[in-house]
Design a protein around this ligand. Structure first.
Ligand SMILES: Cc1cc2nc3c(=O)[nH]c(=O)nc-3n(C[C@H](O)[C@H](O)[C@H](O)COP(=O)(O)OP(=O)(O)OC[C@H]3O[C@@H](n4cnc5c(N)ncnc54)[C@H](O)[C@@H]3O)c2cc1C
Ligand SMILES: *[C@@H]1O[C@H](CO)[C@@H](O)[C@H](O)[C@H]1NC(C)=O
Ligand SMILES: *[C@@H]1O[C@H](CO)[C@@H](O)[C@H](O)[C@H]1NC(C)=O
Ligand SMILES: *[C@@H]1O[C@H](CO)[C@@H](O)[C@H](O)[C@H]1NC(C)=O
Ligand SMILES: *[C@@H]1O[C@H](CO)[C@@H](O)[C@H](O)[C@H]1NC(C)=O
Ligand SMILES: *[C@@H]1O[C@H](CO)[C@@H](O)[C@H](O)[C@H]1NC(C)=O
Ligand SMILES: *[C@@H]1O[C@H](CO)[C@@H](O)[C@H](O)[C@H]1NC(C)=O
Length: 645
């Protein structure tokens, strides 16, 4: 659209706002005066994918309610090498945190979540990868045959536009794209870095000598080995490619797509009730519900609108067809609970009338965690530390970035390795760790859904080469103690991929704008703790193996005197951080097993409330999540369109 026609549309919109419109609406009362076919709550990673795809049908009108602002021209959002800078700032981040974590001696951990159009896709570190085929096929145990590798792959592909390598990478990645597994027509631009640290090659060679093989095909269903992770970066501009400057931009030219920013949804307005106090017949109907069908004889809840707050003012907007909850794993359960959908005891405790007794809401919380291990390098290596150590070089690189979209500022770390426990532990140790995992998981009182996941996890440990541990190699300083000026580092972040600990997220009051109570129970299953300890010991072994060994000057974190079991455990407890992949809190699964949504992503006990975001993931894959979440958004949109046609 030319600037002239944009102006013309805006002028017309000002004259007849109720007829035309589209894009971002500034007046909440105008938004609230509409009656939308679909309301998407949360303009994040999955939410914007759902909204954009639904709005392709010009006969329906879609409204998006988003708490944050639209900031695509903010350097902290668009500059790849400045990842992490927008975190912990209220302009961009919900700034949630955990309750004190029991297994970490009461430590409280930050839980960053994008509060911005684009959601966490605006805040994330841009790694764009996916898990192994077996990990998605495992979802069929929860959501039926639609939720498998072959069921999700077309939608993961639909979201992405993958580009081949533009420079020769340390892996010799292909310049062409394998279109049998990678998408080339989607909105999210996915590319390889064009800048690499010279510590990468020695690191890769050491990895190979320790059994971590190079891969240039991590998207083909085998996501193990050490690979050059592609990034959600538009290589033509060197900028982050995320839900707001892709899906939203595409949809915003349509008059049937409306977004309200700075608006916090506080409740889904409904009619009907699926819950009768002390009604035994409802209770027994609940327990016989199947994965795919909601019992027709039971009364259901129907959403008729959404209440939201802008500042201190409340509004309610009406809807005709459906509400799609896409608030992310840490906020979706909160909105459901505030709307009377959740564990009846938790709802009653905070004075909320239960409408659907659904004890799985907010349970099954799982997340990846990592522990950094950093090593100072001998002089002569160029890492991201140069941006701090050499201001002249940094200024030159910044100028190049702003002129040309290239250089070190357009890059992020991309050497990721995924491997099984047997790569670094003897089978006897694996066996005894697994025994611990099973017995501790069992005594924590898992739901049937969680138990199904544990059975899959146990089998995977013994029989399948899946990523149990990931190494995120950051060529630069990334660890608890401050960098020594003038020094370059390699940081080897060991990340747990298939944790056995499960936590929860629930409301802690009926105050809709208060943060939820988040208890991930990090490292509470001793398997998780022991694997992290042993993985960190493996990181030290990597640093002590040639050729990388020849580049290392000294151990930074943990210090060299960390040698006893007690010292390693203390270090892990102190240094562990989340990878920011919370999932599973409104999981696909049978209602009786603790599932929250059925295979069509519809919330049990409701006729027209769906969830589309990372919360529906029943068992997290060994991968960073965004590509999978975009796929969930795309698949949800296709299901919603099909179910309403
Ligand atoms: C710091 C960080 C780094 C990460 N790094 C990577 C990475 O490198 N690679 C990767 O693949 N993944 C990464 N992830 C994870 C990935 O980004 C997320 O898993 C994914 O974006 C989650 O998408 P979602 O749709 O579930 O939720 P989100 O994208 O978080 O969307 C939720 C949206 O709902 C809005 N919202 C919530 N509640 C309300 C309400 N009540 N009313 C109105 N709006 C509301 C939020 O503001 C937000 O826009 C990272 C995440 C973070 C936070
Ligand atoms: C790595 O490659 C070697 C040689 O091809 C092979 O023997 C070994 O099994 C591979 N390792 C893993 C973990 O797949
Ligand atoms: C998966 O890829 C890795 C890395 O290339 C390789 O070592 C391994 O053998 C592959 N596994 C299978 C089952 O093909
Ligand atoms: C990079 O250059 C831009 C444009 O000149 C400027 O706005 C920005 O502050 C610079 N950033 C850094 C980190 O120097
Ligand atoms: C500008 O970018 C192009 C690729 O987009 C690259 O080939 C070229 O080397 C860059 N120029 C500078 C000065 O970095
Ligand atoms: C609700 O929570 C918000 C955010 O913590 C707080 O500012 C507000 O005062 C609370 N309202 C009430 C009535 O407690
Ligand atoms: C280990 O070394 C660090 C300094 O690197 C020191 O602060 C610490 O006290 C030492 N710990 C032990 C147990 O010796």
């Amino acid at each position: 659209m030319s600037p002239l026609s944009v102006k013309a549309v805006l002028a017309l919109a000002a004259l007849v706002p109720a007829v035309l419109g589209g894009g971002i609406v500034s007046d909440p009362s105008v938004f609230a005066s509409k009656c939308f076919d679909y309301i998407v709550v949360g303009g994040g990673t999955a939410g914007l994918a759902v909204a954009e795809r639904l709005s392709e049908n010009s006969n329906i009108v879609v409204g998006v309610i988003e708490a944050g602002q639209h900031l695509p021209n903010d350097p902290l959002i668009f500059t790849p090498a400045l990842f992490g800078y927008a975190q912990s700032q209220p302009t961009y981040d919900w700034m949630l945190e955990t309750v004190p974590q029991t297994a970490l001696d009461g430590k409280v951990l930050e839980q960053p979540r994008g509060k911005i159009l684009g959601g966490s896709s605006a805040l994330n570190y841009m790694a764009f990868d996916r898990g192994s085929k077996a990990e998605y096929d495992a979802w069929t145990k929860f959501g039926g045959s639609d939720w498998s590798w072959s069921g999700l792959l077309p939608y993961i592909k639909k979201a992405e536009h993958v580009h081949g390598a533009v420079v020769t990478t340390p892996w010799n990645d292909p310049k062409t794209v394998d279109t049998s597994v990678e998408g080339v027509t989607g909105p999210i631009q996915v590319s390889y870095n064009d800048w690499y640290s010279d510590i990468t090659k020695p690191y890769l060679n050491t990895g190979s000598s320790l059994g971590i093989n190079l891969s240039t095909t991590p998207d083909n269903g085998n996501a193990t080995g050490v690979y050059n992770c592609k990034m959600s970066v538009d290589r033509t501009t060197g900028r982050r490619s995320y839900a707001a400057n892709t899906y939203h931009t595409i949809a915003s030219s349509r008059s049937n797509y409306w977004v309200l920013l700075g608006a916090e949804a506080t409740k889904i307005v409904t009619t009907g009730s699926n819950y009768k106090r002390d009604d035994a017949s409802v209770a027994s109907a609940d327990s016989t519900d199947s994965t795919t069908t909601d019992s027709a004889s039971r009364k259901s809840v129907t959403a008729t609108g959404v209440t939201f707050k802008v500042g201190s003012k409340s509004y309610t907007v009406k809807l005709k067809k459906e509400v799609i909850v896409s608030c992310g794993s840490l906020k979706t359960p909160q909105l459901l609970e505030l709307s009377g959908i959740g564990n009846k005891d938790i709802l009653k405790k905070y004075g909320i009338t239960p409408l659907v007794d659904l004890p799985g809401v907010g349970e099954n919380l799982q997340d990846h965690v990592f522990v950094p291990n950093s090593f100072a390098l001998k002089p002569g290596y160029t890492t991201f530390d140069i941006l701090n150590n050499d201001p002249t070089f940094a200024a030159q690189q910044n100028a190049t970035y702003y002129k040309n979209g290239t250089g070190i500022y357009a890059a992020t770390h991309s050497a990721f390795a995924f491997f099984d426990l047997q790569t670094f532990l003897p089978q006897s140790t694996v066996n005894s760790l697994l025994k611990t995992a099973i017995s501790e998981a069992g005594s924590a009182g898992p739901s049937p859904l969680e138990q199904t996941a544990f059975n899959i996890q146990a089998n995977a440990i013994q029989n399948t080469d899946l990523g149990q541990v990931e190494i995120i190699m950051y060529p630069g300083h990334f660890s608890p103690t401050p960098a020594v000026p003038g020094t370059s580092y390699i940081s080897i972040l060991m990340a747990l991929q298939r944790p056995w600990s499960r936590g929860s997220v629930h409301i802690g009051s009926n105050n809709a704008t208060a943060p939820p109570v988040i208890d991930p129970q990090y490292l509470s299953n001793d398997f998780d703790m022991q694997v992290m300890i042993k993985a960190c010991q493996f990181a030290r072994k990597i640093a002590q193996t040639a050729p990388l060994k020849n580049a290392i000057a000294s151990f930074q974190d943990p210090p060299a005197n960390t040698t006893s079991d007690a010292a390693w455990e203390a270090y892990v407890k102190d240094a562990v951080e989340p990878v920011y992949h919370p999932a599973g809190t409104a999981a696909l699964g049978a209602r009786a097993d603790g599932g929250v949504v059925d295979s069509r992503l519809k919330v049990y006990g409701t006729t027209n409330i769906r969830v589309a975001d990372a919360s529906i993931i029943p068992l997290e894959p060994a991968a960073h999540l965004q590509s999978t979440v975009y796929g969930i958004g795309e698949k949800a949109a296709a299901m919603i369109a099909a179910d309403n046609s």
